[in-house]
Structures are given as structure tokens and as C-alpha cells.
Design a protein around this ligand. Sequence first.
Ligand code: TRP
Length: 358
Amino acid sequence: MSGNSGTEQMSKRKPRVFSGVQPTGNLHLGNYLGAIVRFVDLQQDHECIYCVVDMHAITVWQDPQELLRSTREVTAAFIAAGIDPEEHIVFNQSQVSQHAELAWVLNCTARIGWLNRMTQFKEKAGKNRENASVGLYDYPVLMAADILAYHADRVPVGEDQKQHLELTRDIAQKFNNDYAQRIAELGLAREGEDGGFFPLPEPLIQGPATRVMSLRDGTKKMSKSDPSEYSRINLSDDADMIAKKIRKAKTDPEPLPESVEGLEGRAEAANLVGIYAALAGLTKEQVLAEFGGRGFAEFKPALADLVVEKLAPINAEMKRLLDDVGYIDSVLRSGAERARAIAEPIFDDVKRIVGFLA
Ligand code: TRP
């Protein structure tokens, strides 16, 4: 899509990336390979803003001390994995009030009918929808505010967030339409765009090829909410625990196939080969060229060694960083300050557009 090239060229700035991670529970291999590695790579040719979304977290109950611990843990994981918090921005959402303020304005743009279609709310609210928090229902509007508050161009997310990204675009589009005349009068239309104030953010969807699945059920995503600890490898697991979890991972009795086609219908085998490939920086074909025809009794120890080799330094660096909470907090404070410097003038424009005294 060439939607934002006009502005990029005008201001000569790199495209802006925004993404968020919820500080709930432990980070696992799925978060690492699915999101964090991607975030690290995007730093090359983007201006990146990575947000620990604590306001999203409390849409379901969070123990306060645990929330704060987890906010710092996600921050430490970002840095340990190679995100540079000086070159880019790392902060927690609740420090920058424009997220909540813009969410309110966008609440008045978004339609109830749109939110009623959100499948993630239905899943998370479950049967007892009457008892879900209003915040959980409104979650996608806050997410739209996160992204639009920075005029972000690109948003790396998992497949499960695709619908929320589409909603974000719908909200941006409706705001641009509803206030089109006012935006033009104030001279706030983006150059090279369709005359809108908010750019329509482009999703960078993580494909199924790199999705990490549960070690207990290769058809389910690796998830922090899975009741079985053996379903996932946490970034905080030590080498023994990692080896044990991989040893116990579900497989089938066949040896590994010689080619990728042979992984079809073998979800658990495909998952383990996928994890190996992602961590080794190889294709699945290359992994099978080495391990095809060999059984899991040989493959699992090799995989365990690789996971330990790749995660151990991150694990150690996270521990080191978390020993110095003062440093982590200073990263989040400095990040918030720089985030605010971007979001504040944008929200001041929103105020003018809507007719608030700015
Ligand atoms: N909802 C996202 C998730 O659970 C987290 C998130 C919140 C986010 N705000 C965002 C992701 C803005 C991208 C952009 O994964």
C-alpha cells in the first residue's frame, strides 16, 4: 500500500510503527517469536513505539502488585531481546493521558453495532456477558486510540488482532468523514492523503507460518491463559525446565518427514519443526533436510539445546535488568515523556477539530 508515502516523503521521516503488549502473566516463547523478534527487526527502518498496555490489562481483574511486576517484566524482555529504548520509545500506556482522552472522543465515533461484532470480546466475556467490565467491551476503541494518537503508519500484530485493526481503520475513516469540513478549514488534512486527519494504519500481520502453538495441542496457540504449564515455554524458565517441557511435548510415533508436505496433518510435529526453524533462522525445509527420517528421541534434545541456547542470554539479561527496578522505571518514564511529545500536539488538533477549547 502506498497510502502514507506522501507524508513520509514530505517530512522525510521513517514510517512509524506502534504496537502494544499486555502485561498479564508470564511472557512465553510464542510472545517472543511471534511479536518481540518482529519488534526488534522493525527498528531497522522504522521509528518504533512499543507500549506496555496496562490500561488494557485491567479490562479483566489484575492483582495490582502483579500488574506492576508484569509491566516491568515486559519492559525488561523488550530490552533484553534487543529493543533500543533510547533510539525508539518504550513506555507504559497509563503514563500518557492522551490514550484515555482520545479513546473518549473515539467512543463517540465508534458505533455500538461495530463493537458487537468483535469476536474477541465474545470469547473473553464468555457466557456471562452481563458481568464483563465495560472496559472489556470498549477495549478495541482504546486500542484504536493507542494507534491513532501517534498517527502510526504500521502496526505489527498477531492474526487474532486483525479485526481490531480493521475497526481502527473504520473509526479513523469515520472520524475523517464526520469532521471532513472542519479538518479542511483548520488546514489539518494530511498531504498526499484522502484529505483525512488520521492516517489509516496498515496492519503487519504475523502469518500462521511463524505462529507458535501449544506444546500439548498443536492446533491451539501457545497462550499464557492455558491451564497447563507444560503447554508453553516461559521466557523465565531455566534450562532444566525448558528441557523437561520439550521432552514432555506431545508428538506422534512417526519419524520426522523428509519434506514440509509430510508435516500436513501432524500439527505437533509441524509446531516443533517451526520453533526450531524460527530460532535457528532456517526454513522448515532446511530443518527437515537435517532431521528428516529421524525420530523425536533425537530431535527433541536438539530442539531443547537450541531453545536453551537462544533463550538463556535473554533470560539472564532480563534477570539482571529486573534487579534494577530503578533503571526499568526510568526507561518507562523517559519513554512516556517522548511519547507524550508526539501524542499531545496530535490530541490538541483533535480538540480543535471536535470543537473543544484547545
Ligand atoms: N490488543 C493487543 C493484543 O492483545 C494489544 C494492544 C493494545 C495493541 N493496543 C495495541 C497492539 C495497539 C497493537 C496496537 O495483542
